[in-house]
Design a binder for this molecule. Structure first.
Ligand SMILES: CCCCCCCCCCCCCCCCCCCCC/C=C/C(=O)SCCNC(=O)CCNC(=O)[C@H](O)C(C)(C)COP(=O)(O)OP(=O)(O)OC[C@H]1O[C@@H](n2cnc3c(N)ncnc32)[C@H](O)[C@@H]1OP(=O)(O)O
Ligand SMILES: Cc1cc2nc3c(=O)[nH]c(=O)nc-3n(C[C@H](O)[C@H](O)[C@H](O)COP(=O)(O)OP(=O)(O)OC[C@H]3O[C@@H](n4cnc5c(N)ncnc54)[C@H](O)[C@@H]3O)c2cc1C
Length: 662
């Protein structure tokens, strides 16, 4: 396969002719710089020229087992192709290119994400030396086995035990109940021969809480399950059925002492426990994965937006003015209102993902020198952004599907697959409500600390009890973001007041917390979105100094739309706390409608700049050339039901019914 840019249809040609900015420049910004664009394209070109990486038959027509094997074929081919061409799995992960091909939940994704990240982040030097080369060269294949049938969210409630036997210097892993069965880990069912396993550490009869262990599950030659281990696949799910999510039970299974991950906490040969510097360091892989998921969610949302916006420029329906030709559906204001705020969200998430990555890198560097003080802020930011990014990507993807009418429901649009893949992101790696409650905990603590005169970390400094008054005019970007900040401060203050009132009236702090938790989740959501607005405004203003005016104008408009939309969504709170009045809201609503019409003109060019090629979009509706109807028709011809004119089902069931005397 070679990269050929096809002629596009007249509608898309006209749309592209109206572009007033330099697309390549916007592409570079999204990639993180021209060098990264160039690297991504080099990898993509190499992948496109490897036909084995693509599906012969749509996976929709395959059995579960064949879907799994097909995905495994592509995943292993991807790794060898990268390796042969001087790239690593990490290049495919950081540029997103590997995920385009495989992201229906592929059997190596847990290996290249959480398994490797645990080895890198939780091993002592000897363990790192032993396991990392094996895992990086795929000599061992692993997954992250934490969740059990009985517990996913509440990690401290896990039931799998790891009991130290100092006579043999081994841990005995055991699943004492049915609910202790590990359940869900990707690639656990059939692919992995190793797993990092979260289990309750027992020393001398005392429980020291969840710790991580490296466990071999299958023989490295025969791939048969080892004695003392029961492992299998959990069956079909809403989506991601080309993966082998699995279950796992231990029956007094023994592993060496050295298989406990010992970077942060240690067990000595005689069974003494050495505490970590921070009790949650063993949750590090989860934090890192949440950071990655923010990128991942924005990428999946961008695919859905490219599909829906190109389709909306090609699809003509109804009459706007009686007797006139049918307009492109993108000309309807309601269609613009469905799609363009999500386009703005994609940019907002992309800039925030980058800011979060920097916090992650900074905090990790600090941990290396024993500094734990940034950990709570990283935990709150990564939890909040993971939750907002996946919630918005799921909602945005479904709106994209709905905006494509009936054809959006076709598998060949690729929108259902994108939706089911990203929908899992709301649940995995920390269910979103639960993560928001972690953020809320941080907000309330910060608010209280500020009341006692303490200085707050940067992401919550706007919550301080006496903030400086905003000097920016209300209707400027900064003024509206300040108004949103005032709204969050009011919400958090109100939550704190309600909590205190309940405690004062005799409720326990925990009961009070539960009684306020709906409001607390709203605080966490609003705080995270305020952070996103800040990152978006900062990024656009910084870029202003370096980019061309056309690109800057588009980014400014998208940022403005994001903020206006957010103010309208939060109108109730902002009115209650006096940050805006009714008159301001009316003019914000009018401005939003005006901005929709302005952005509509360049919408196709903006999604073109995201630069995802047809082979990766995999959509009949979203291809570059806009040849939608021909593609839909051709895809339908591939249905196995069309192989014969009369199906077996007719002879077996329909004909007998028609012949019966009913
Ligand atoms: C331009 C360049 C581009 C470069 C791009 C690079 C980016 C790379 C992008 C690549 C993309 C790749 C990523 C793709 C991802 C897609 C594939 C992912 C596949 C994922 C498959 C799914 C896997 C899983 O689901 S694994 C299982 C996950 N499970 C969970 O998440 C469980 C959730 N539960 C918990 O985390 C905890 O139980 C919790 C936090 C809810 C409660 O814990 P607790 O122990 O009960 O604690 P608690 O009492 O509530 O709090 C005590 C105290 O501790 C603090 N705390 C809690 N957690 C942490 C933490 N992690 N860190 C720091 N502190 C923590 C908590 O706040 C409390 O503090 P105090 O209030 O001070 O007491
Ligand atoms: C596709 C997929 C892949 C996965 N891959 C892996 C993997 O590779 N490895 C792995 O270990 N796990 C994996 N998981 C498991 C995943 O991490 C858990 O499902 C997730 O953490 C949620 O936990 P749970 O299922 O126990 O949900 P629950 O916690 O039972 O949630 C059910 C409901 O209870 C609510 N709830 C729970 N606790 C609270 C609380 N404290 N306050 C308020 N409400 C609460 C939740 O908000 C939710 O509405 C995967 C899951 C999926 C769907």
């Amino acid at each position: 396969m070679s990269v050929v840019v096809p002629e596009c249809c007249d509608d898309l040609k006209r749309e592209r002719g109206r572009c007033l900015f330099n697309k390549e420049e916007l592409t570079n910004i999204l990639d993180g710089g021209p060098k990264l664009t160039e690297k991504r394209r080099r990898i993509e070109k190499m992948l496109i020229n490897t036909p084995e990486l693509f599906d012969d038959v749509s996976p929709d027509y395959l059995s579960h087992e064949d879907r799994y094997s097909n995905e495994l074929r592509k995943a292993t081919q991807l790794m060898t192709t990268l390796e042969k061409n001087g790239f690593t799995y990490n290049d495919a992960v950081t540029t997103g290119t590997g995920l385009w091909l495989l992201m229906d939940g592929n059997p190596l994704s847990l290996h290249i994400s959480m398994f490797l990240d645990t080895i890198k982040g939780q091993s002592n030097p000897q363990q790192l030396q032993e396991w990392l080369p094996l895992a990086e060269k795929f000599k061992i294949i692993g997954t992250y086995a934490q969740t059990e049938l009985g517990h996913g969210t509440f990690v401290r409630g896990l039931e799998t035990t790891a009991t130290y036997d100092s006579t043999t210097k081994e841990f005995v892993l055991h699943s004492p109940t049915i609910t202790a069965t590990k359940w869900w880990p990707g690639a656990l069912g059939k692919t992995s021969n190793h797993a990092v396993v979260m289990a309750q550490l027992y020393l001398g009869g005392k429980c020291y809480g969840p710790h991580i262990f490296m466990v071999q599950l299958r023989d490295l030659e025969t791939h048969r399950t080892l004695p003392g281990i029961v492992v299998g696949e959990i069956g079909p799910r809403l989506g991601m059925n080309s993966n082998d999510n699995g279950f796992l039970q231990f029956n007094h299974h023994r592993i060496p002492l050295t298989n406990m991950f010992m970077k942060h906490s240690q067990v000595t040969e005689d069974g003494k426990y050495v505490k970590p510097l921070h009790s949650k360091l063993s949750y590090g892989t989860m934090v890192q994965t949440r950071v990655g998921i923010v990128y991942h969610a924005s990428r999946e949302l961008s695919r859905a937006l490219i599909i829906a916006i190109r389709y909306s420029a090609v699809r003509h329906q109804s009459e706007m003015v009686p007797g006139d030709p049918e307009p492109q559906i993108l000309d309807y204001q309601t269609q613009q209102y469905k799609l363009l705020p999500h386009l703005a969200s994609f940019f907002a998430l992309r800039f925030s993902a980058r800011a979060l990555l920097e916090v992650f890198i900074g905090t990790s560097a600090g941990l290396g020198s024993g500094k734990m003080n940034m950990l709570p802020e990283l935990h709150a930011l990564s939890s909040g952004l993971k939750a907002v990014a996946t919630n918005d990507a799921v909602k945005g993807t479904d709106i994209c599907r709905l905006a494509c009418g009936g054809h959006g429901y076709l598998s060949s649009s690729n929108l259902p697959r994108i939706y089911t893949a990203i929908a899992a992101g709301i649940t995995y790696e920390g269910e979103n409500t639960v993560l928001f409650l972690q953020v809320a905990r941080y907000l309330i603590k910060s608010f209280r600390a500020s009341s006692q005169g303490q200085t707050l970390p940067f992401s919550v400094s706007y919550l301080r009890v006496q903030p400086p008054s905003s000097h920016a005019p209300l209707m400027s970007d900064r003024g509206l973001v300040d108004a949103l900040g005032a709204g969050v401060r009011w919400m958090v203050g109100e939550a704190e007041r309600r909590l205190q009132q309940l405690v004062d009236s005799g409720h326990s702090p925990h009961a009070a917390w539960n009684a306020c938790s709906v409001h607390l989740v709203q605080c966490a959501d609003a705080h995270t979105r305020y952070y996103i607005c800040e990152q978006f405004v900062d990024a656009v203003s910084k870029l202003g100094e370096t980019v061309s005016s056309g690109v800057h104008e588009v980014l400014r408009q998208l940022c403005r739309l994001y903020i206006l939309h957010r103010v309208i969504q939060t109108a109730g709170i902002l009115l209650r706390c006096g940050a805006v009045d009714g008159k301001a809201l009316t003019s914000i609503e009018e401005e939003e409608c005006h901005l929709l019409a302005t952005l509509r003109i360049q919408a196709v060019s903006i999604v073109d700049a995201i630069d995802i090629k047809d082979v990766f979009l995999k959509s009949t509706l979203g291809a570059w050339d806009g040849n939608v109807y021909q593609r839909i028709y051709e895809e339908a011809q591939k249905s196995p039901l069309n192989k014969s004119d009369v199906t077996q089902g007719y002879y077996q069931y329909l004909r007998p019914l028609m012949k019966a005397n009913l």
